[in-house]
Design a protein around this ligand. Structure first.
Ligand code: ADP
Ligand code: MG
Length: 238
């Protein structure tokens, strides 16, 4: 569960071609990181996978099933954004369970899933707090918890650590790596931070101006960058 296939994905906004033909296969359970400079199309590609944006052309399959026109809620995906977007008036527990409640999941089942996610993310003691009573790192963990309770086979992360200070960034990064091992889900993760990419990824996808420059394991890119752009971006001192 959770494999992803992109075929000739293109996206234009008016006259501007933002994604110019992306092909990519992500295997079940893989941790794939998209890196590339600001404006190269990372978020747009992620939003297309999630169904929040429609591709201009090309095909998307999840678990071998074409989802080109499948609405976001039916894709078996959960997305974690850079901004946590928690409901300020709801407790941590309610924030984590809300989407399930809206999907009509039974109350007992919601409680079980929220408790499990809270344990995974060490949020048990914070369940009755409101977002204003949490640190930035705790809020981001709640946002991740909100994704976990939906039990997706595919997680999408868009720069989830970029609003955290340096110390919290490292802690939360380790948390995400641990989650990947424990859940065995597929993760597609966007960052412009080389260290995050090198430490988290099974496979790095280097994007530049709407095209893939190179795909490979972190050390592969580090040792054999396909071109100067990749070398510069992965930080190999050639
Ligand atoms: P990244 O996440 O890599 O920084 P984005 O995917 O956000 O890049 O943006 C890629 C390009 O597409 C940018 O030039 C951005 O201005 C443009 N873009 C993104 N979303 C829209 C939109 N809804 N309408 C018009 N242009 C957009
Ligand atoms: Mg972005």
């Amino acid at each position: 569960m959770g494999s992803l296939d992109l075929k000739s994905i293109k996206k234009s906004f008016g006259p501007m071609d933002v994604i110019k033909g992306v092909d990519l296969n992500v295997a079940h359970g893989e941790f794939v990181v998209f890196v590339g400079p600001s404006g190269c199309g990372k978020s747009t590609l992620l939003r297309i996978i999630a169904g929040l944006e429609e591709q201009t052309s090309g095909d998307i399959a999840i678990d071998g099933r074409t989802v080109n026109v499948t609405p976001p809620a039916k894709r078996g995906i959960a997305m974690v954004f850079q901004s946590y977007a928690l409901y300020p008036h709801l407790t941590v527990e309610k924030n984590m369970g809300l989407a399930l409640q809206q999907e009509g999941v039974a109350k007992g089942e919601i409680e079980t899933r929220v408790a499990k996610a809270a344990a995974l993310l060490r949020l048990e003691a914070l369940l009755q707090r409101r977002p204003a009573e949490l640190s930035g790192g705790q809020r981001q963990r709640v946002a991740i918890g909100r994704a976990i309770v939906r039990q997706p086979s595919l997680f999408l992360f868009d720069e989830p650590l970029s609003n955290l200070d340096a110390a919290l960034r490292v802690g939360t990064r380790i948390e995400i790596a641990k989650l990947h091992r424990q859940l065995g889900a597929t993760m597609v993760y966007v960052t412009h931070d080389q260290i995050e990419a090198m430490t988290l990824a099974d496979k790095i996808v280097v994007l530049n101006a709407g095209l893939i420059e190179q795909v490979g394991a972190p050390l592969e890119l580090y040792n054999s960058p396909a071109n100067l752009f990749v070398a510069g971006f992965i930080g190999s001192p050639t």
